[in-house]
Design a protein around this ligand. Structure first.
Ligand code: 5GP
Length: 120
């Protein structure tokens, strides 16, 4: 799947759509999810143009890979869930219902999250 520059996260990265920046460095940007599913629900996206985790894993440089995952754990600490715990979700492809075709990690926490998968 080719990267589509019109996806919503590409627009956020270009500053065409606003977001509440929680963290930014040369590799990643983090902001709250617009439809939070938990008291803490933050999205971390790489700056590079990657459709999915598969695309990111296959094509990103070692610096981008390291920088992105370092940012994810840093953001979890920043938003206060490192001690209480959190869940990372990276949806990929149709079965996961990935909505936005720019790779991203959801950080969810701030309450006991229960079982791994919700029904439906
Ligand atoms: P996915 O299903 O692709 O893993 O998750 C995409 C997420 O992006 C959804 O949880 C959705 O609420 C969030 N989202 C979609 N559009 C926007 C937006 O314009 N701003 C923000 N902050 N989040 C968005």
């Amino acid at each position: 799947m080719a990267y589509d520059d019109s996806n919503i996260f590409a627009k956020i990265l270009r500053g065409e759509i606003p977001c509440q920046k929680l963290y930014e460095d040369e590799f990643a940007l983090a902001f709250p999810d617009i439809r939070p599913q938990a008291p803490v629900h933050v999205l971390v996206i790489p700056k590079g143009k990657y459709v999915s985790i598969a695309d990111f894993g296959a094509k990103a440089s070692p610096e981008e890979l390291t920088g992105f995952w370092r940012a994810v754990s840093h953001v979890a600490k920043l938003v206060g869930v490192e001690e209480s715990g959190y869940r990372l979700i990276c949806n990929a492809g149709p079965d996961s219902r990935q909505e936005v075709p720019h790779f991203h990690a959801h950080i969810l926490g701030g309450r006991a999250l229960g079982h791994l998968l919700a029904p439906g």
